[in-house]
Each structure stands twice: as structure tokens, then as C-alpha cells.
Design a protein around this ligand. Structure first.
Ligand code: UDP
Length: 333
């Protein structure tokens, strides 16, 4: 039996494929390569190029391969962009989920591990966000993921499709062997942008607002190392294989770092100056998102290995400094 990884050529998906393949699991990857990279896909995985919303293709994938469970990473995921292009986000993200659930239902596949996000919570006024914290997304991106979560909840009830929704806080870093890492075009995420400045690939970091209600005025986020995050997916797979009920789990570290603190940490890791300026706020950004991941620790027995922000940045730095232009530095297939 194989695991279908949709979006397995993307940043987080490719790390999941690597972990599954290294654990000896058969893996089938479906990716449309809109943002993913062929070079990021583990060589042992079966690679199929195509779009999740192509229902016929998806059904064929289920027919051709003996798929036991699905990990779904394929979604548009930029907060700022989603505010500009909400229809794209609802069409791709919610549309993709409709297509997936229809195909799973047809094929009698009943296990789904879904990449959700901290953005489903929106502006949380409490300290640590747990799974019961109220959901009020501040962006179409967060709203689309919340809609997807609700859809699978109803489809569990109707069709018995069991799911684990993993609500990622801010994922950062690269594989510890520095073979794969984070490479978006255009890059919008904080850690790779800071490291591109350190490498001279970009002039400076623009800090999006320093007038938030936080100690230094910049937004606070909870950063989790990508391999730790991916490990939670393997535990979630076990959890569903054991016949457990559908659940949502936060994945974070319970430690918040401001944009300025991240910049300082990256300066220490890289020993580079890293120029920065203050710019306007970015639309859709809540001031603070920090997770309680107690539930994932207790129920899934998840134990993140990276607890130090500098170590997380160090894994990213190792990949970025060996791939200053990302996957463009490697031969194309
Ligand atoms: N950020 C920033 N400058 C950048 C990119 C990001 O100040 O060039 C901030 C952003 O406003 C947010 C934090 O860094 O507060 C993390 O942003 P990112 O896009 O990495 O992840 P998100 O929180 O949107 O998932």
C-alpha cells in the first residue's frame, strides 16, 4: 500500500516525501509544479505531474496505485496574496479539497492528513492558542483552510473519511542533511528572505510594521522546524492506521519570536550584518500567533527535536548557503 502525497514537490511536502521514503514507505507524489520543484522529490517516490482539481486524473491515480492514505499539501498559502486574490484562494484550495474528497470517496480511501494552518485562528487575544481557541481568520488564506477543515469534518460524518488536520504555525529550516530546503518564487517568507540578504542575493529585509501591540512592535510568530513538523505527519498516519478518530492538532513550539528577534538570531547564526528597514504592515497579518502543541504531544506523542531558534535557522542557513539560488543551482531534469 502506498501513501499519496499531493503537493509532494513543495517545501513541506518534499520533506514529508523524504521522511516517508526513508522510512521504507511506498510514496506516490502528485504535483502540478506550479510552485514545486522536481529536484526536491525523493528519487524513490513515483512522480505524477498533474493538478489535484483534475478529477479524472485523480481517480486514475487511485485506480493505478494501491493508495492507503493521502497527505494533502497542495494549496496556495500566502496570506498577503490571498487578500489581493481571494477568488484564486477559494477556487484552488477549497476546489482542490472537493476534488480530493470526491476521488477518495470513489476509491474507498478513508485516511487523510491535511495541512492546515495557524491562520484559521486569526487574531487570538489569549496567550497560547490551543485547538479550541475561537476561529476568526484575518485573511482569505486562513478562511479557505478553515472551510477545508469544516468540509472534511462533514465528510467524515457522511462518508467515514477519517482525517488529521495539522495546524502549522511558522515552518522554517531545511533537511538536516541540507539536500532539500525552502525555495519559493517569489520568496515571501521571513527566514529565507533574511538568509537571502545574508547571502547578498537581496538588498535588505523590509520589516512589515513595527507598530503592533507587541513588546518591540513587530509581529510575533511561533517557528517549528520542518523535519519536526513532518515527523508529526508520520505519527498522524500511525494514529489513523490504528483506527483512531478524526482530530485537529496545533504544531508549534510554544515559543514566540518577533520579526526583530528573528533578524537578530539570523545575524548571530550567519555572522552577517543583514540590512533591514521598517516598512508598512502587510495586509492580513495578526500581531501574534503562538501555539500550544500540548495535544499533539499527548495524543500523537510528538516531541520536536529542535527547541532552539538558532538551531532551526542554522538548518535553513546550511541549505541556503549551499544553494544560494535555490533549486536553480541544481541541474534541471
Ligand atoms: N515578514 C516581514 N518581512 C518579510 C516577510 C515576512 O516582516 O519580508 C513578517 C510577516 O509580516 C510576519 C512574519 O514575518 O509577521 C512571518 O511571515 P511569513 O510570511 O514568513 O509567514 P506567515 O506568518 O505569513 O505564515
Amino acid at each position: 500500500m502506498a501513501i499519496l502525497v499531493i503537493g509532494g514537490a513543495g517545501y513541506i511536502g518534499s520533506h514529508a516525501v523524504k521522511a516517508l521514503a526513508e522510512a521504507g514507505q511506498d510514496v506516490v507524489v502528485l504535483d502540478n509544479f506550479r510552485t514545486g520543484h522536481k529536484q526536491a522529490v525523493h528519487p524513490d517516490a513515483t512522480l505524477i505531474e498533474g493538478d489535484l482539481r483534475d478529477g479524472d486524473l485523480l481517480q486514475q491515480v487511485f485506480v493505478d496505485h494501491s493508495i492507503e492514505a493521502v497527505m494533502h499539501f497542495a494549496a496556495h498559502s500566502l496570506v498577503g496574496e490571498s487578500v489581493e486574490k481571494p477568488i484564486d484562494y477559494f477556487a484552488n484550495n477549497v476546489g482542490g479539497m472537493i476534488s480530493l474528497i470526491q476521488a477518495m470517496k470513489e476509491a474507498n480511501v478513508d485516511k487523510l492528513i491535511f495541512s492546515s494552518t495557524a491562520a484559521v485562528y486569526g487574531q487570538a487575544d489569549t496567550g497560547l492558542i490551543d485547538e479550541e481557541t475561537s476561529k476568526a481568520p484575518t485573511s482569505p488564506y486562513g478562511e479557505s483552510k478553515l472551510m477545508m477543515e469544516k468540509m472534511i469534518q462533514w465528510c467524515d460524518q457522511a462518508y467515514g473519511i477519517k482525517y488529521v488536520s495539522l495546524r502549522y504555525f511558522n515552518v522554517a529550516g531545511a533537511s538536516s542533511d541540507a539536500t532539500i530546503g525552502e525555495d519559493h518564487h517569489p520568496e515571501t517568507h521571513l527566514v529565507p528572505i533574511i538568509l537571502q540578504v545574508a547571502l547578498g542575493e537581496r538588498d535588505k529585509l523590509t520589516i512589515f510594521g513595527d507598530d503592533y501591540d507587541t513588546p518591540d512592535g513587530t509581529c510575533i510568530r511561533d517557528y517549528v522546524q520542518v523535519e519536526d513538523l513532518v515527523h508529526a505527519h508520520l505519527l498522524a498516519l500511525d494514529y489513523l492506521q490504528q483506527g483512531n478518530d478524526s482530530q485537529a492538532f496545533n504544531l508549534g513550539s510554544a515559543e514566540g519570536y518577533s520579526v526583530k528577534e528573528m533578524l537578530e538570531a539570523a545575524r548571530r547564526v550567519t555572522s552577517k550584518e543583514i540590512s533591514a528597514e521598517i516598512g508598512p504592515r502587510r495586509a492580513g497579518d495578526p500581531s501574534k500567533l503562538v501555539a500550544s502543541s500540548q495535544k499533539a504531544r499527548e495524543v500523537l506523542n510528538w516531541q520536536p527535536q529542535y527547541t532552539d531558534i538558532e538551531e532551526i535557522i542554522q538548518t535553513a542557513w546550511k541549505w541556503h548557503s549551499s544553494h544560494p539560488k535555490g533549486y536553480q543551482d541544481e541541474a534541471q531534469d
